[in-house]
Each structure stands twice: as C-alpha cells, then as structure tokens.
Design a protein around this ligand. Structure first.
Ligand SMILES: [Zn+2]
Length: 150
C-alpha cells in the first residue's frame, strides 16, 4: 500500500492578475477552472475516495464561494495561498503582511482556520525573507515544515 498527498491550487482568476498583460482569454481560463475544473476534480476525488488539500487565494474564496463551499462540503482541507496570488518577493514586508492577513480573514469568513500555507511562486515554496514572520504574527500557527524562506 502506498500513500500519496494530492494538493491543488485553486487560483481561478487571481493567478492571472499578476501578469503584465492580463487578457480576457486568461481570465476565461481562470473562470473555467473554477466553474468546470473544480466540479470535475471533486467528482474524481469522490469516485476514488481521496481526500485532498486545496490551496486557495482569498480573492478566489471571495469570488467563487459556491465552489469553496463544495470543496469544504466534500471534506477536503482548504489552506492559505495568499489573498492576491502575488509573488511575495515583489512585495514590501508591509504589503505581504496585509495580503496575508486579508487572506486569513477571507478564510475565516468561510469557517477555515488554515493549517497550511503554500507560497504563490515557483518553484513552489519560495517565500520572501519576511514570509515566516508575517505568518507567525498573523496567526498562532507555527510555520509549515515545508516552507523555505529567504
Ligand atoms: Zn497558485
């Protein structure tokens, strides 16, 4: 028997806002992921009896509440993925802190106290030099063991 960990970024439109020339096609792709991709993923996960973690930016939580409710209703974990899906290495510490706290508030409003955080940058897990400090002051949680900061 093997154990795997399935995680998904449910970024929807938020991922495209950080691109310099966001187009209607990009936004349509983001909405497609929310309206079509999420239900398909949930059906597949249910079919195979798999629990997963969805990393969801606060912007997506607020823009697609029915999809977030479906994820939570299916028993999956929802975790912190910033509010705006902005690369934290491009933010000042104050901007990063505000974005992170705004995401916590979005998640709190849907009943989620996240136990995990995934940075929005690639390679996955890249953070700014202040990411861990922002998290510690925004929540009593310890930083995730997989976070690589600096
Ligand atoms: Zn993402």
């Amino acid at each position: 028997m093997s154990t795997i960990c399935l995680t998904f970024d449910f970024d929807a439109l938020s991922v495209w806002f950080s691109y310099p020339n966001t187009s209607p096609a990009m936004l349509a792709r983001g909405e497609y992921g929310a309206r079509v991709g999420v239900p398909r993923l949930l059906e597949m996960l249910q079919r195979y009896g798999i629990a997963a973690t969805f990393f969801i930016p606060g912007h997506t939580v607020e823009s697609f509440p029915a999809e977030v409710e479906a994820i939570l209703g299916a028993g999956h974990e929802v975790a912190h993925h910033s509010w705006s899906h902005t690369d934290p290495s491009t933010q000042t510490p104050a901007e990063e802190r505000a974005d992170m706290e705004r995401a916590f508030e979005s998640l709190r409003r849907v009943g989620v106290a996240p136990r995990g955080f995934r940075s929005t940058t690639s390679p996955a897990g890249r953070c700014s030099t202040s990411t861990a400090g922002c998290r510690r002051s925004a929540t009593p949680m310890a930083p995730p063991p997989t976070a690589r900061c600096g």
